[in-house]
Design a protein around this ligand. Sequence first.
Ligand SMILES: [Zn+2]
Ligand SMILES: [Zn+2]
Length: 150
Amino acid sequence: MKRKKDVRPLITLINTDEKQDKNIERVCRVCGCTDATPCMHTGIPCFWIEKDLCSDCASVADMEKFDEVYDQFNLIAMEVAWEYFEARMEHPTYPTYHHGAAVIREEYEELWDEVKKKEWDKKAMRKEAIQVATTAIRFVIDLIDNEVGQ
Ligand SMILES: [Zn+2]
Ligand SMILES: [Zn+2]
């Protein structure tokens, strides 16, 4: 079926270590395609909608549901990106692994403080959860991928 966005298949093309560790080899229950032999009807490889259902075999309703969640995820990822660039203006990089982990813990503790409250403030919890995500991503960028840390 026709896809609205061409970026989605990137999710399945990204080969993370975790994916390799788990040795996930998926097979579509309808057409039998796999990661190694994706459908190419639309010109780009199909991707997984369910653990055993590929995008080319999914119903329109399944795809609409997927689109909704995908859009929601991207909007939140943009919020995280904004937080990340704001934080970089203050401190260009995390200096060490210990520092990075301590900042993540600090943000996590702030989230935990909100969760422990008798009267939940969803807006505050959301904000803290975004901060946790931002610090975790900074850890990956600054200290792992850019190899700044020691
Ligand atoms: Zn299929
Ligand atoms: Zn397929």
